[in-house]
Design a protein around this ligand. Structure first.
Ligand SMILES: [Zn+2]
Length: 290
């Protein structure tokens, strides 16, 4: 997320607007499927409304203390590898439209295929109708956009352990019936291992689901949302605020799980990205549970 490149920019669609200084920068000019790009815009004039357009949809921008506007655009394995334009649109208080743009190149990611055998006792939990119902319940929450920035430049790993299924892996169940790509990372550890909040945030969702198991979602602010599935125990409730590193639950195997693990998903602007690309540090030493 560092190493800022100055990519391109400098043109103003409003013919009468000739900014003395305006730019749009991205922290990576080439991104891989599963990554997010930080976009920073400094319009020449103050804008009353501003947003980005990337890959045929709008992406929010948030004001920073230095006067710039910042946001993300993100890509997943469904985003075709090619060049894309990131377009900025802003309106001044006089209703003058300002636009700027830059270009990023999306590269194909390398993702493995994994086949999993569902134990007999878990067959009911893997019914497509149940999965669909639950996905419809939690899916819209990933689109959450709250303006307070609670995430840090890098996230804590919520639990230590080997990655058993990486982000983006094609998942095929034992009978080949269901297949999709893995929208998070599976980390193995013992049942009951504490799960830490990767960054501060507000609890968007904390409930027991049949397929997804005990599930927690955290809104880290400014379109960054985490999800944690298959927990043994949830230790937070809807609406709670959590601090970075706080224990939010205990690792388990509830829902469709072939063994104890944490499924950690990360959404940026409602696109599931690879959470491991945001991690730079191991979690804090587990605190004694009360
Ligand atoms: Zn998973």
């Amino acid at each position: 997320m560092k190493n800022t490149f100055l990519i391109s920019c400098f043109f103003c669609a409003a013919l009468f607007c000739a900014p003395a200084f305006a730019d749009i920068t991205v922290n990576q000019a080439v991104i891989q499927q599963g990554e997010a790009v930080r976009v920073s815009v400094t319009p020449a004039e103050k804008t009353k409304s501003a947003y980005l357009v990337f890959h045929k949809r709008r992406w929010p921008l948030f004001p920073a203390p230095d006067g710039s506007l910042n946001g993300f655009v993100a890509v997943d394995p469904d985003t075709a590898p090619q060049k894309y334009r990131i377009q900025f649109y802003g309106r001044t208080s006089d209703n003058v439209l300002i636009t700027m743009n830059t270009v990023v190149t999306v590269k194909k990611g390398v993702f493995p295929t994994s086949r999993i055998e569902i134990p007999k006792a878990k067959k009911a939990a893997s019914a497509p109708s149940t999965i669909m119902k639950e996905s419809n319940l939690i899916g819209p929450l990933f689109a959450q956009v709250s303006t307070a920035k609670r995430w840090s430049e890098f996230l804590l790993l919520p639990v230590n352990g080997p990655v058993t299924t990486p982000y983006g892996a094609s998942r095929v169940y034992d009978n080949g019936r269901l297949a999709w790509w893995h929208r998070g990372v599976d980390i193995y550890n013992k049942k009951g291992t504490p799960i830490h909040a990767p960054s501060a945030g507000k609890i968007l969702f904390s409930k027991t689901l049949i397929s997804h198991g005990n599930t927690i979602m955290i809104d880290h602010g400014q379109s960054v949302v985490s999800v944690f599935n298959h927990l043994q125990t949830r230790l937070v409730r809807d609406g709670d605020t959590v601090t970075r590193g706080q224990v939010i639950g205990l690792l388990g195997d509830t829902g469709i799980a072939t063994g104890p693990h944490l499924h950690w998903g990360l959404s940026v602007g409602n696109v599931r990205v690879d959470p491991m690309r945001w991690v730079k540090k191991t979690p804090p030493a587990p605190k004694k549970m009360q």
